[in-house]
Design a binder for this molecule. Sequence first.
Ligand code: M6R
Length: 365
Amino acid sequence: DKGNHRHFMEKEISEQPEAISHVLDRYIDFASGTVRTGNSAIDFGDVAGLAISACGTAFLAGSIGRYWFEQYAGLPVEIDVASEFRYRQIPMSRKQAAFFISQSGETADTLASLNYCRQRGLKIGAIVNVTDSTIARAADTVFPILAGPEIGVASTKAFTCQLTVLACLAIAAGKARGTIDAFQERALVGHLAEIPRIMSAVLNDIQAQTFALARQLTGCKSVLYIGRGTSYPLAMEGALKLKEISYIHAEGYAAGELKHGPIALIDEHMPVIVIAPHDQFFDKTVSNMQEAAARGGRIILITDEAGAKASPIIPAAQIVLPNVDEIIAPMIFALPVQMLAYHTAVIMGMDVDQPRNLAKSVTVE
Ligand code: M6R
């Protein structure tokens, strides 16, 4: 039931604050300011590294998670899309743990990657929405993302719930490995606790603005998204979302890779969506933005208040979000990215919940 929403996608975007609250209730003990991962078969204190595999949006959530496991827990992460992971013959040791991320829990390639790791004796964690799915049943430990049913083919609330679970796991891993102390854990948990409130405010604030910007995207042949750090996989998620529901070609690129090829594409017909919270990468991303602007690219900057102040140029358009801690920036910045794609597709008259050629769950290779 879509309630009073036009599409499931719109409904599911709007459900994110509530869905994240459920994740937080499950994975955080607010009284002590600690993360709880339940009775997990995976002992982060005792693993040498992680292998992560998934497809599509779930893969991009995992790609953001990689930055967190490295930064907060000092854990090396091997990650690939499941259709490659399963065939790469990646050398593995029993000292690694493996995580498989899947909304449906039925994706064929992800399941095959899981079986590859299982045969090599790794402990298996499944980060899934559907907890009685095949992938969940095949795992040693299930980490539910508690998003509730996701009907729209374009994944939205599952993505931000996957991110929140991954952030909790990275904090738990850091704690178990002694790379973060109780004080840091409490601070990080405090930031996560802010997500639902900030999301609700942002969803309200950017409605009209993302609609207006989407009108500018409708006539475009191609759109480039760039970012650094966790904003790089988010750029890829933005491009994936736009192409799957609006059928506009889009690419997500590491901002630093622009000058190694894609900058050749840029002219006045090419919007460049720059995802740049005011983090350690901001100055570098902004200098890539200036390079794109100098070639006539139509810049749409998605930043925060501090970033808007610090930006040396006034971009053609910008979306300014509140300043947030870096660990929650991907969840908050996901909202304008999702809404831009949604409005663009709706204005173009596309069937956003059932885009052509796509299925919600990909159970064949
Ligand atoms: O059910 P899963 O999470 O395993 O599905 C993975 C992908 O098929 C899925 O995320 C797909 O990329 C979405 N349509 C993206 O919006």
